[in-house]
Write a protein that binds this ligand. Sequence first.
Ligand SMILES: NC(=O)c1ccc[n+]([C@@H]2O[C@H](COP(=O)([O-])OP(=O)(O)OC[C@H]3O[C@@H](n4cnc5c(N)ncnc54)[C@H](O)[C@@H]3O)[C@@H](O)[C@H]2O)c1
Length: 196
Amino acid sequence: MDVSDLESWNKVIDKTLEQYGKIDILINNAGIHMAKGILDAELDDWNKVMAINTTGVWLGMKAVIPHLQNQGGGSIVNTSSIAAIVGGIGDAEGAAYSASKGAVRSLTKHAAQWFGKDNIRVNSVHPGAIYTGMAEKTGIKSREQMGETFKGRTPLKPYAGESSDIPNAYLYLASDESKYVTGLELVVDGGWTTSS
Ligand SMILES: NC(=O)c1ccc[n+]([C@@H]2O[C@H](COP(=O)([O-])OP(=O)(O)OC[C@H]3O[C@@H](n4cnc5c(N)ncnc54)[C@H](O)[C@@H]3O)[C@@H](O)[C@H]2O)c1
């Protein structure tokens, strides 16, 4: 699917309902990074990052929330980043990326406020440096190599997380183990954002 396209969301929802009968959980995970700052990004670059990282999250919630309301509740987890909390190397030189993830953070709190009455919980996860396909695309070949770049910023070794660290956070927020938790920013960054 293309998360920036509402029709694409509607098709996925139809298929999900056909196969499973209902929807309980929405994880907005899709995202892209573009290492361009305020001065070197073009308008198309900016719009592309915002369309996927922010508009995609809004469209996902817009499409799924009515189904959660109809069935009496559910859990939404939106993927933000430590780039919503710190700048500099924390956003890997991505101005639009920072802005897009900051918007996801605040949109999550907005939704947590407005849909708590429907028993819908909405939380955000904020990964730090995690070795995934996104890192591979920049030429990094292992978690240890990625960690070397962030040594001195992150208290926990090997200074970069593995991809399973993030779905484990999703699992907690999606399950009833977090039934009294909404609007939380769950930071999974090895302690990066504890440094000044
Ligand atoms: N890896 C990190 O260090 C890190 C840090 C902070 C936040 N994040 C966030 O975590 C999430 C997952 O990223 P990842 O690290 O696994 O990267 P990744 O590149 O491995 O995965 C991103 C996925 O998003 C999909 N995608 C991109 N555009 C899409 C679109 N228009 N419609 C549907 N799918 C689309 C890609 O196909 C890919 O499967 C992203 O939102 C990313 O911003 C990652």
